[in-house]
Design a protein around this ligand. Structure first.
Ligand code: RIB
Length: 298
């Protein structure tokens, strides 16, 4: 099972509208259906890692109406002792999913913004040197968490999603792995072409492992100093919400158990593809057995 994976991240109530096509600015469209799902990039990735076989603990905050997300985490085997309920409103994600499975999301962090430095220090006291800390950019405390985890000798992975000032203020040299999608990569580097942007980051941070998910185009990475890439696995995509989280969570789990990068990336790619075949974020995080099956060469 490897070392423990520690996740500091968000819990969101995903309010999802299925629409024929994503609306343009100023346009009103009629939804086909509305649903509520458990989500948040932190919770999604914690569940993805646990379903992939990792021992996972999480630090997060939600409001009382988000208690169902904590139950989902626990049911997946995530240690939720540090997932606290506050009197703030739960994180809110307004999600639209079009008929082609593509999505558009706006988040309001709310309770996720109440994670304090004291909470982070208490959480990290339960970690050992060499353990992996996985974070995203939907909750407070990112800068302090990086400093504190580095001081403890942890490996720090940042999924820089969504891109924002908190990410830009991080010393990327403190990270062991940066994970982004093509939009976040372009926003971070100012370069629109993914491979060129990856090379620029790799040049600036030669020791940093870099993983870029490219949606239907697959992924590209610079790991152990070499460029690697893979194609997306064709599936019947009905809902792409959480695909990136399935990829990141599975990858973190597999690297925590010591799997070589290339094997772990192939399985993470399969996890992302499987997530597109099920509606919702946490409900779509796949089990290890399904990942192994899809990741086999066809
Ligand atoms: O990555 C998908 C997630 O982004 C959704 O579950 C939503 O909550 C937002 O955080």
């Amino acid at each position: 099972m490897g070392t423990t994976l520690h996740v500091i991240g968000s819990l969101m109530i995903d309010r999802v509208l299925r629409v024929p096509a994503l609306p343009a600015a100023g346009e009103t469209v009629m939804a086909r259906s509305a649903a509520v799902h458990p989500g948040g990039k932190g919770a999604n990735q914690a569940v993805a890692a646990a379903r992939c076989g990792a021992r996972v603990r999480m630090l997060g905050r939600t409001g009382s109406e988000g208690a169902f997300i904590v139950r989902e985490l626990a049911a997946a085997g995530v240690d939720t002792a540090c997932v606290m309920t506050s009197d703030a409103m739960s994180g809110f994600a307004a999600v639209m999913v079009a008929d082609d499975g593509m999505n558009s999301i706006v988040i309001a962090p709310e309770a996720n913004s109440r994670i304090g430095d004291v909470d982070i220090d208490a959480f990290l006291a339960g970690a050992s040197p060499g353990d992996l800390l996985l974070m995203q950019n939907e909750c407070s405390g990112l800068g302090h968490a990086v400093t504190a985890a580095r001081a403890r000798g942890m490996r720090i992975w940042l999924n820089a999603a969504p891109m924002g000032d908190a990410v830009r203020s991080i010393d990327l040299g403190a990270l062991s792995c940066l994970l982004v999608n093509e939009h976040e990569l372009a926003a971070l580097t100012g370069i629109g072409e993914a491979e060129a942007a990856l090379h620029q980051l790799a040049h600036a941070w030669p020791k940093l492992d870099l993983v870029v998910t490219l949606g239907a185009e697959g992924w590209i990475a610079r790991v152990d100093g070499a460029i690697a890439r893979g194609h997306a696995i064709p599936v019947n995509a009905i809902d792409t919400v959480g695909c990136g989280d399935a990829f990141v969570g599975a990858l973190a789990a597999l690297r925590s158990e010591g799997m070589p990068w290339i094997d772990a990336l192939a399985r993470a790619n399969a996890a992302g593809a499987l997530a597109a075949t099920v509606a919702g974020a946490i409900p779509s995080m796949p089990m290890r057995e399904a990942i192994e099956t899809l990741a086999q060469p066809h």
